[in-house]
Design a protein around this ligand. Structure first.
Ligand code: ADP
Ligand code: MG
Length: 631
């Protein structure tokens, strides 16, 4: 009965939050907590801000989006700063409709949904509390009760600017129910809820012929006209359109550009003037964030239409491109798989990464700088250190194209292909090759891929495969080394001792006998040769490493096995080279002898315990690497 208790507790908590009082009492609250009177845009911005912001390398990370949106830091920062932050400060952008533009399945709806769910939660906190005239279908801002001629005085006393007029309905209620006594009007705390249609709305266009503007702005309630005597009596009107219901919060406008123009004009007057027209009433003030989304093709055809010219300047377009970082793409897949019915399937290490490599390659544009190929660019974007490139170069690459990531393969396609790979295989375990195969087969069925793109995409499948082959080989070789990290570290320490002695023209001490020895040239060369360092270049390489070590020491950082990309590579290669024949023979033999069998079992156990495989995927990996090594 745990759950019943939780339900009770929840109800109790909700009750604690309720508040109801007269307008006079509300003003006392406002005096103490002025933020409860903030505009919708400001509330949205504060919600995002309150969730926390971390700044790293000149990049702001908004925790609010960080849980569910990956790899879009640049776009999110622009969106928050240039739209939400500016709108919160009542700058001009507040008067424009926010239009998220980006390729299909690039996270637009996810962003909007996060804002909606976020507001629902935020309105339950002290910082995000919202109050409204009690019983008002539009949850009207109580401050609208302050008559226009007193608003300057109000500003002087409270420091709050009031926007908007009292709605016709509340004007009438004020007179009929409260005898004009503003201070007695009842105010209540409200809680945003899309389900209950409080402060959160969604509008999606249906058949343009049948769709009624009433969906947005409400309509006459014919059954009550007789009672109130006239169509222009606001009590005979149902303020139940999406614009009404979303007042004080936000409204999502799906497929905005597919919509009939007359709908757009309503929105524009709302965002520009803060009011809209409904029925036979004076303009109705509303305060809400309007977010729409669309893809690029639709947007292009919209702006190329002369008729829409006046609308352009009233829309602010924010790009939501695809993520272009491999590791973030992996996180997207992981999240989508967790949320699906595939959550229990074993997905072998590298499977998602390999798929991500393919996807990212389809999204990137060819570097203009000839010395960088697409794969290298992809690795640089992902934050990998590549010899000869600096952070500066990555920035330069990003600047080459303004519209990178606006096309290519979408995450949903990948997830669907993984899902069909799982269905096809009768064991609940899939690996990188299964995924690549499925991605490849799916290209024929993909609705929006041209033949030209298909050819490029086939190349990317091969490129992803190549990356995987390397990773697979390394993984198996690592698993062959008993305690890989330790072996690597020992070898490296040994190398560094020798390098130090060599550069400083010192001798080394034999740890056992204490005898003095010259640096072990053979050992050093055997490592350096792994990465093609020539006899002539060895001194420079060794000196560079010593410089790196002392640079680390100055910063108080420890120089370790991962601190120097190429050295790490060399050490790894050296360890593998010593093992090469063992790995090759053991993995490819069809009839292993007893000692080979023992080794195989050891390696499989290590793959399972330390590298995240299960017995199916570990065996598959071993067989595959065996075939690779024997090519
Ligand atoms: N950058 C991203 N970060 C996290 N999830 C993403 C990202 N891009 C796409 N997705 C996921 O892909 C799916 C489709 O995204 P969605 O928001 O519906 O896209 P859109 O509305 O742009 O078509 C969702 O499950 C979403 O979580
Ligand atoms: Mg969508």
């Amino acid at each position: 009965m745990e759950i019943i208790n939780k339900i009770r507790q929840f109800r109790e908590d909700e009750r604690q939050l309720e508040w109801r009082g007269t307008f006079k009492e509300y003003l006392e609250l406002v005096k103490e907590y002025p933020h409860i009177a903030q505009t919708s845009h400001s509330r949205v911005y504060n919600m995002i801000k309150d969730a926390g912001i971390t700044e790293r390398d000149n990049q702001k990370m908004y925790h609010f989006f960080g849980h569910d949106i990956f790899g879009l830091e640049d776009s999110i920062e622009k969106l928050v700063e240039e739209y939400f932050h500016s709108a919160a400060r009542r700058l001009d952008v507040k008067k424009r409709i926010l239009l998220l533009m980006g390729p299909v399945s690039g996270g637009k709806s996810t962003i909007v949904t996060m804002l909606k769910r976020g507001l629902e939660q935020y309105s339950k906190t002290d910082a995000g509390a919202v109050y409204a005239i009690e019983g008002c279908p539009m949850h009207e801002d109580p401050l609208h009760l302050i008559p226009p001629h007193l608003r300057d005085d109000f500003y002087e006393e409270y420091g709050i600017k009031i926007e908007g007029h009292l709605s016709p309905l509340n004007l009438m209620r004020l007179e009929k129910e409260y005898d004009g006594n503003i201070e007695d009007v009842m105010v209540e705390r409200i809680f945003f809820s899309e389900d209950r249609r409080v402060g959160i709305g969604t509008f999606s266009p249906s058949d343009p012929k049948s769709q009624d503007i009433a969906d947005l702005t409400g309509s006459i309630d014919f059954s009550t006209i007789a009672e109130y005597g006239s169509e222009s009596d606001p009590r005979a009107y149902r303020f139940d359109g999406e614009l009404n219901k979303a007042n004080r919060g936000m409204m999502e406008f799906q497929e905005m550009l597919k919509c009939d123009e007359k709908f757009l004009w309503h929105l524009l007057s709302l965002s520009e003037e803060g009011n809209f027209k409904a029925g036979r009433f004076a303009l109705i003030s509303a305060d809400e964030l309007i977010v729409a989304h669309t893809n690029e093709a639709e947007y292009q055809s919209f702006i190329s239409n002369k008729k829409n010219e006046a609308l352009h300047s009233r829309i602010i377009v924010m790009n939501v491109p695809y993520n272009v970082k491999v590791s973030e793409e992996e996180r997207i897949y992981e999240k989508m798989i967790q949320d699906s019915d595939m959550a229990s399937v074993h997905i072998a290490p590298h499977a998602l990464k390999t798929a991500a490599i393919f996807s990212i390659l389809t999204r990137l544009k060819e570097p203009k700088n000839q010395s960088i190929d697409l794969v290298k660019k992809m690795r640089l974007y992902d934050g990998e250190e590549i010899e000869g490139f600096k952070e500066q170069d990555v920035e330069e690459l990003k600047k080459e194209y303004q519209d990178e990531g606006m096309d290519g393969i979408d995450p949903r396609y990948v997830i669907n292909r993984i899902s069909s790979a799982i269905i096809r295989k009768d064991v609940a375990s899939i690996n990188a090759l299964d995924v690549l195969r499925s991605l490849k087969e799916g290209l024929d069925q993909h609705p929006s891929i041209s033949n030209e793109d298909k050819e490029r995409y086939m190349d990317f499948i091969s490129a992803a495969r190549k990356q995987y082959d390397e990773a697979a080989k390394k993984e198996v070789q690592k698993a062959f080394v008993y305690s890989y990290e330790e072996s690597a570290k020992t070898l490296m320490d040994n190398y560094l001792d020798n390098v130090e002695a060599y550069c400083n023209k010192n001798k080394l001490k034999d740890p056992l006998t204490g005898e003095e020895m010259s640096p072990d040239e053979k050992l050093m060369r055997s490592i350096e040769e792994q990465i093609g360092i020539s006899e002539n270049a060895k001194r420079a390489f060794r000196e560079e490493i010593l410089i790196r070590i002392s640079a680390y020491a100055r910063k108080g950082k420890r120089f370790d096995y991962n601190s120097h990309e190429r050295l790490r590579e060399a050490i790894q290669q050296k360890l593998f080279a010593d093992l090469k024949d063992v790995v090759k023979i053991t993995t490819s033999t069809k009839t292993p002898d007893e000692s080979q069998l023992k080794k195989i079992n050891e390696v499989i156990a290590r793959l399972i315990d330390e590298h995240g495989y299960n017995s199916v995927s570990a065996n598959e990996l071993l067989r595959y690497v065996g075939s690779l090594l024997n090519r």
